[in-house]
Design a protein around this ligand. Sequence first.
Ligand code: HEM
Length: 561
Amino acid sequence: MDAYDTNESDRSGGQCPVPHGGTSGSEGKCPVMHGGNTSMEQKPMHWWPKSLNLDILHQHDTKTNPMGEDFDYQEEVKNLDFDAVKKDLTALMTDSQDWWPADWGHYGGLMIRMAWHAAGSYRIGDGRGGAGTGNLRFAPLNSWPDNGNLDKARRLLWPIKKKYGNKLSWADLIILAGNVAYESMGLKTYGYGYGRSDIWHPEKDTYWGAETEWLAPSDERYDDVETPSTMDNPLAAVQMGLIYVNPEGVNGNPDPLKTAGQIRETFARMAMNDEETVALTAGGHTVGKCHGNGRAENLGPEPEAADVEEQGLGWINHKTRGVGRDTVTSGLEGAWTTNPTQFDDGYFDLLLNYEWQLTKSPAGANQYEPVDLPEEKKPVDVEDGKTRYNPMMTDADMAMKMDPAYREISERFAKDQKYFEETFARAWFKLTHRDMGPKARYIGPEVPAEDLIWQDPVPAGSKDYDVAVVKAKIAEAGLSIGELVATAWDSARTFRGSDLRGGTNGARIRLAPQKSWEANEPERLNKVLSKLVPIAKETGASIADVIVLAGNVGVEQGIQA
Ligand code: HEM
């Protein structure tokens, strides 16, 4: 059994630690209220399940904010010594700790996987998920099967978090660790923006799927699992507890072409096209390794289910060694490339130039091994530089070779390493910043100057116009209160707080597709815009401003009426 086909976890734990009646002589009951006041089963919602649950209104309520109401991370982070943090992180990468030794003495792979899994939960459907809030620290994400052993990565970062305190959020630190890891392995990154504020308790408003079992079969979230586009929206992962796809194939059955279909859909739901998808998968697996040299059954419960003496860590193996070369995480085992601590061209070299055959990892997971790979191309053991093992590929990696569209891109990258590195660096930047909203929110010395299309750039509006004149012209335009207010509202109501996209900025309501949305009543909208656009031209105000001012004029007229 490997980590992707178990939903077992040892939750038995709960023996009472209090010596019953040992000294008091009082017979029978334990004096400690075991879950008496906290158990979910005893909550009013259990007795009256149809009551209206208003819990969501308390999510991240300012009264529970441990930072205090006046704390503004976006201001605080400007006081951070950016160079010093990066220096400390660079040193951390190769400072192997006995309690969780670094593979080949470098934590880069682990840190990159953590950053990727933090960012990779983002989906464009509702703008939720992503690395922007530090939610990887909390349930359910901290305990997803796919996030196995990322608790160790965060614990390794703890001394740095402690050193820089509130000037550096967990959310920023997690992504920065991924960036620094790449840089210390030889990649020139595209940039980095600080500015992600932490949440301080788990989110209640994100739908991760209806299943009540980890890794329940994909079928439950598809109308037809053979048609990837039928996956339940806004989800962007194929099974409960995964970031994107199952590395062993659809429902754990290896078939790279079918997996390619699921990869294409899940990555598209995070706004990634085919080229970005190949770049990310290859660039991700150019470094690090999979861990499955042991039995998943030996792992203890995930962090959220682990006993208090595990101190917040999970998946602790108390039965066998369980670290270094004996680590079990995904259950797949092995590195992808010859030099897994260097960002080089090894991934495509091995994937495209050698035959691969299906095999099983020591933990029993489906994976591929090369046929007749020369000894010197095999990566060395993580603890012993003299022993070499075969590298491996997951079903998802094989998709980069077997799917015709992915293959074409892979070959292009294989021929032009510089192009691959640049494309990857840009895709990595997008992956890790996409959920932050407008570029104006990025902070720090490494914010790239270039405007990128996915940042939804809008031309800088003008403040150099007379608001009173604009409002007077709107009032004389012969539009009704309803037309003025409805247009402003239609234009504003596309805004969402999750990834700060949409809204009035840019006056997108006058462009496709919004101008044709039935809910925007295109005929009425056209009529209103035919009056407002000329006012913008005459006065120098942006159309976006004129639309909002029109709403104000309408409301003011309504109040007077
Ligand atoms: C197509 C989707 C992907 C699948 C199915 C996948 C699957 C996996 C699996 C099974 C592991 C092994 C985890 C372990 O046992 O420790 C792994 C490791 C890793 N993945 Fe991915 N991955 C995908 C995409 C990515 C992307 C987009 C990135 C980053 C850009 C990435 C970066 C990494 C890294 C760096 C590791 C090594 C971790 C370590 O050395 O500890 N992966 N991946």
